[in-house]
Write a protein that binds this ligand. Sequence first.
Ligand code: MN
Length: 370
Amino acid sequence: MKIADVRLILADIPVKRPHKMSFTTLEAVNFAFVRVETADGLVGWGEAACLGGPTWSEESSESVAVTIERYIAPWLIGRDATRIEAVSREMAKRVQGNPFARAAVEMALWDLNGKALGVPVHRLLGGRVRESVPLSWSLAVESPDAEVAEAREKVAQGHRIFKIKTAAHPVAHDVERVRRLREAVGPDVSLRVDANQGWDRATALQAIRALEPFHLDFVEQPVARWDGEGLAEIARAVSVPVMADESCCSTHDALAIARRGGVSILALKLTKSAGILGTMAIARIAEAAGMSCYVGCMIETSLGTAAYLQVALAAAPVTWGCELFGPLLLAGDVVRRPVQYADGVILALDGPGLGVEIDETLLKEWSRAR
Ligand code: MN
C-alpha cells in the first residue's frame, strides 16, 4: 500500500444558525480535507475542522493545508500506508505541534487500511463496545427565547442531552439561561455546561456554585487551558464533575491532569490529539487514573464525524456519550450517505474504513478556489 498522491482541499460550510461560544460566534466552519491515494488507486480521506480560523487553537484550515502540503506530503509519498504507527511517529518528528494537520493525515491512513481490509476502523481498534453513542446537542443561541424553543424542539425529536455554551455573557445571564432550560426540558434530561476557558478561577467558582441547583452532569473547561492547577482546584471545590477539554490535547496533558487530580472526565477529540492513536492512548490514561471520557467535536462533516465515531464505538472509557452533531448543524455535507441519528443517539457505522464515502462533486461545491 504505497502512498502515491496526497491532495488538500480547503472548504467552508456555513452553520444553520450562528453558534455563540465564549471565544467566537461561528458563522461557518473552515475545513481542510486530505485525500491520500495509494499506487493501487485506493483512496483514503481525512478532515480537520477549524472554528472560523485559529480561534479554538493556533491552527486554522489554511495552516493545516500548508503544513501538510509543504512538510508532510513530500515525504509521505512512497511510504507504506499500512504502517500507521510508524508513519505517525515520523510525522510527529518532522512536524512539531500542529495536531489537526497530523490528525487529518492519520485519519486518511486508517480509512485506507479499513478499506483495504474490508472492515470498519473500529474493528482495527478492538471492535465495538457499544452499538450506538448517546448524542449531546450544543445550545449556543444568541436569543434566550430561541434557545428554549430549540431545546424543546430537540427534546421532541428524542434528544436527551444538552450542552450549554457559557461564558460569552455575565454569570447571572448564564445562570438564568440554565434555569430556563432546566424548567423547559424537565428533570430527566441531562444538562451540561461548557465555558470554553471563558472564566477566571474566582468567576468559575462563583458560576459553578450558582449552577449547582440545576443538576448539571458536568462543567467543561471552566478556566484557561494553561491553568491546570486552577482546574484541579475548582474541581475539588465543587460538587459538579469537571471535564478537561482544551487543557487535554496530548497524552502528556492527560497524565498531568491525572497527577494533579480533581478533574474526573476528559473530552476526546481526534484533531486536538493528532489522530486516533493519540486519542485512544488518552482514553487509556483516563481509565487508569479512574476518570472517564466523552467524545467532543469541532463541528465536523460526516467524514470527520465518522472518524470520531469509530473511537466513540471502540473506546470503553467513553461513558458520557458524544457531541457528534456536526452534520446536523452544518448547512451541507460532503458524503454520499451522511452519518445516521435516531432517538438521541448516533448510530454505528459498519462500512469499510471510516464508513462514509466522499462525494467529490458535493465537496467541490463547498471548496475554495485556491
Ligand atoms: Mn469543549
